[in-house]
Ligand binder design. Structure first.
Ligand SMILES: NC(=O)c1ccc[n+]([C@@H]2O[C@H](COP(=O)([O-])OP(=O)(O)OC[C@H]3O[C@@H](n4cnc5c(N)ncnc54)[C@H](OP(=O)(O)O)[C@@H]3O)[C@@H](O)[C@H]2O)c1
Length: 338
C-alpha cells in the first residue's frame, strides 16, 4: 500500500463552469472503495476520455474527476481470493473513468469483477495499445462474423479509420483476410492506412450519398462505423443484401434520418456495440482472440506513448479529430524508487 501521495489527472470545474485539467497529488485513502488496489503502469486515451477531460456531462457526473477508462498494472492489495499482490491485471470500461475515478492515476481501486488477469501473450503496454478501442474493434469484427460476413463476402468498410477504434479495426480485419476499405478525413494518412492493410482508401466526404434516396447502390458486405450520425445513415443505405453494420461510435453525431428499407428490402443487420458493459465471458473470449489468433503483426505500429503532462495537447487534438492511432499513457513516475 503506498504511504505517500501519487499523481493523477484531476478535472475540476469552477463556480463559473470552466473546466481545468491539472496533475494533482492524492492519497490512497481518497480513492473510491473497492476490493482490489492496482498500481497502474499504463492507461490509454480514448474519445470518451477526451470528453471526460473536458467535463462532458454525458461522461462526468461529479467533480473533481479522474478520467481513464482503461488501466493495466499490478495488484498491490486485494480483498478478493481471485487476485493476489504482484499479479498483472488490466481492465477496460465498466464505470472506470466515468462514474468512478479512472486510470489516469498511478493507483486505482476497483471491484474484483471488473479486473482480468493479463493474458500471458500480452505485456501491460500491449494490453493498453488495445484497451477499450481494441475490445470495441474485436466486438465489431465478431458482430460481422456472427452475421456470416466472411472475408470472401466482399468489401468491408471502416469509418474514422485513422482513429483508435478505426486503426485497430483495419488491422484486425486485414489480418483476418478481409478486403478492407478505409474511410478517413485525413488525406495525408492514405498511404499509412494502406500500410496497415487497407486495400482502398476513400475520403470521408465520399460516403455521404444523396440524402433523399432511401437506398443507394449496394457496396459494403460489412461496415464498422466509428462515426455515427449521417455517416451511419448513409452506409446503411449502401450495404449489400444480408450485410451487417456494426455501429460503435458517435464522433460525427448521434442522430440520422432513417427508413426501414435497408432492413426489409435488403435484410441488413444493424449490430450495436457496447464494450463498457460487455459480459465477462464474451470479454474473455475477445481478449483471448486479441492476444492470440487475431493479434496483428503491426500492433505496435498504430501506438504511441504519452504521459499525464503531455496529455492535454493530445486531448485537444483528439476532440478536433486530428489524432491518429492509439495513445498509451505511461503512469510510472521516473523518480519513483519502487
Ligand atoms: N461502443 C463502444 O463500446 C465504444 C468504445 C470505444 C469507442 N467508442 C466510440 O467510437 C468512436 C471512436 O473512438 P476512438 O477512441 O477511436 O476516437 P478517435 O481515436 O478520436 O477516432 C475518431 C476518428 O473519427 C474520425 N472523425 C473525427 N471527427 C469526425 C467527424 N466530425 N466526422 C467524421 N469523422 C470524424 C477521425 O478519423 P478519420 O480522420 O480517419 O476519419 C478520428 O480519428 C467514438 O465516438 C467513441 O465514443 C465506442
Amino acid at each position: 500500500m503506498p504511504e505517500t501521495h501519487f499523481s493523477c489527472m484531476w478535472i475540476e470545474q469552477s463556480d463559473a463552469g470552466d473546466v481545468s485539467r491539472i496533475i494533482h497529488q492524492i492519497m490512497p485513502a481518497q480513492l473510491p472503495d473497492g476490493e482490489v488496489l492496482v498500481r497502474v503502469d499504463y492507461s490509454s486515451l480514448n474519445y470518451k476520455d477526451a470528453l471526460a477531460a473536458s467535463g462532458h456531462p454525458g461522461v462526468v457526473q461529479a467533480f473533481p474527476h479522474v478520467p481513464g477508462i482503461d488501466a493495466a498494472g499490478e495488484v498491490v492489495a486485494s480483498d478478493s481470493v481471485r487476485f493476489s499482490p504482484g499479479q498483472a491485471v488490466f481492465l477496460t470500461g465498466y464505470e472506470l473513468g466515468a462514474q468512478r475515478w479512472g486510470g489516469w492515476s498511478r493507483y486505482v481501486r476497483v471491484p474484483a469483477d471488473w479486473l482480468l488477469p493479463l493474458p500471458q501473450e500480452l505485456t501491460l503496454q500491449e494490453a493498453m495499445i488495445y484497451g477499450t478501442a481494441g475490445l470495441t474493434a474485436a466486438l465489431s469484427v465478431d458482430a460481422l462474423r456472427r452475421q456470416e460476413i466472411v472475408p470472401s463476402a466482399g468489401e468491408v468498410l471502416v469509418t474514422g479509420a485513422t482513429g483508435g477504434v478505426g486503426s485497430l479495426a483495419v488491422l484486425l480485419l486485414a489480418g483476418l483476410g478481409y478486403q478492407v476499405v478505409a474511410s478517413t478525413g485525413k488525406p495525408a494518412m492514405h498511404d499509412v492506412l494502406r500500410s496497415w492493410g487497407a486495400s482502398q482508401v476513400v475520403p470521408r466526404e465520399e460516403l455521404a450519398g444523396p440524402q433523399k434516396r432511401p437506398l443507394l447502390g449496394e457496396r459494403w458486405a460489412g461496415v464498422i462505423d466509428t462515426v455515427g450520425g449521417a455517416t451511419l445513415g448513409s452506409v446503411l443505405k449502401a450495404t449489400r443484401r444480408n450485410g451487417c453494420v456494426a455501429a460503435c461510435g458517435l464522433v460525427g453525431g448521434v442522430n440520422w434520418e432513417a427508413s426501414v428499407y435497408p432492413f426489409i428490402l435488403r435484410g441488413i443487420t444493424l449490430a450495436g456495440i457496447d464494450s463498457a458493459w460487455c459480459p465477462t465471458a464474451r470479454r474473455q473470449q475477445m481478449w483471448s482472440q486479441l492476444a492470440q489468433e487475431w493479434r496483428p503483426a503491426l500492433l505496435a505500429e498504430v501506438a504511441r506513448l504519452t504521459t499525464l503532462d503531455a496529455l492535454p495537447g493530445q486531448i485537444d487534438q483528439m476532440l478536433a479529430g486530428q489524432l491518429t492511432g492509439r495513445w498509451v499513457v505511461a503512469l510510472a513516475d521516473p523518480a519513483e524508487s519502487t
